[in-house]
Design a protein around this ligand. Structure first.
Ligand SMILES: NC(=O)c1ccc[n+]([C@@H]2O[C@H](COP(=O)([O-])OP(=O)(O)OC[C@H]3O[C@@H](n4cnc5c(N)ncnc54)[C@H](OP(=O)(O)O)[C@@H]3O)[C@@H](O)[C@H]2O)c1
Length: 230
């Protein structure tokens, strides 16, 4: 049975990705920093006949990520797919000239370093897969093409940097498929109820990259299953 770890899988896009991949026969590790919510999400998958295991993981914390890898190894001997989905949007309406160092640092710590940290920690387990895949859930807000529009600068910078992480990792790990995805504007706690896409739509390209996309597709930024400019 192929294994997948989805971080931030207790709600939103992550929970939907976990649900869909369980439906495709993956053993899903539901990564969450909140025990109760994480267990509930894993339980919901199991209730529908899928295989799911809750894995406590705070991506911003080294000790938590290391402990999660140790815990993972008790249930599985390899990881086939890692979905770095956990993310935060802390920006208010302040523009780049006003945001605090702390806001920027905290956002980078989760959105950029978190994904890098989890990937590095799980590389030995991913390397045991025949076709390892890493999917970094990024955002069109991090695109440099077309210039910034001034919205949520710390968040956008963290996603631009995450795209850099994707590109670097794809070069460092040539046997892996490592890509960034923009899910579009999705109705979640982060996206808000006015967003244009459902969680099912937001999860689509992530699930496709996890299960069907060609293994040679790597080092790219995608939306709607197509490459988009960085
Ligand atoms: N919604 C959109 O329109 C949109 C657009 C572009 C990109 N994205 C990206 O899509 C991803 C999922 O977003 P979403 O819309 O589903 O947001 P969401 O509903 O707010 O969910 C975010 C998830 O990340 C988790 N998380 C945050 N910090 C974490 C940490 N340090 N360790 C572990 N988990 C952590 C949250 O856990 P808690 O419940 O514990 O907070 C939650 O499970 C994010 O990377 C986001 O940037 C979303």
């Amino acid at each position: 049975m192929n294994t997948v770890l989805v971080t931030g899988a207790n709600k939103g896009i992550g929970r939907e990705v976990a649900r869909q991949l369980a439906g495709k026969g993956f053993h899903v590790f539901v990564g969450a920093r909140k025990r109760e919510a994480g267990r509930a999400a894993a339980h919901a998958i199991e209730k529908n006949g899928g295989k799911a295991t809750f894995l406590e993981i705070d991506v911003s914390d080294n000790a938590s990520v290391t402990a999660a890898a140790r815990e993972f190894s008790k249930s599985a001997d390899r990881l086939d797919v890692l979905v770095n989905n956990a993310g935060i949007l802390m920006d208010g309406d302040d523009a780049i000239l006003k945001i605090s160092d702390e806001l920027l640092r905290n956002t980078l710590k989760t959105n950029t370093l978190g994904s890098l940290r989890v990937t590095r920690t799980f590389v030995p387990l991913l390397a045991k897969s025949k076709a390892p895949r890493v999917i970094n859930v990024s955002s069109g807000g991090g695109q440099l093409t077309g210039g910034a529009d001034g919205w949520a600068p710390a968040y956008c910078i963290s996603k631009t940097a995450l795209n850099g992480v994707t590109s670097q990792l794809a070069t460092a790990l040539p046997k892996f498929a490592i890509n960034s995805v923009c899910p579009g504007w999705v109705r979640t706690e982060m996206g808000g109820q006015g967003a244009t896409r459902s969680v099912e739509e937001g999860a689509d390209t992530i699930v496709w990259l996890a299960s069907e996309a060609p293994q040679k597709l790597t080092g790219k930024f995608l939306r709607d299953r197509k490459e988009i400019p960085w």
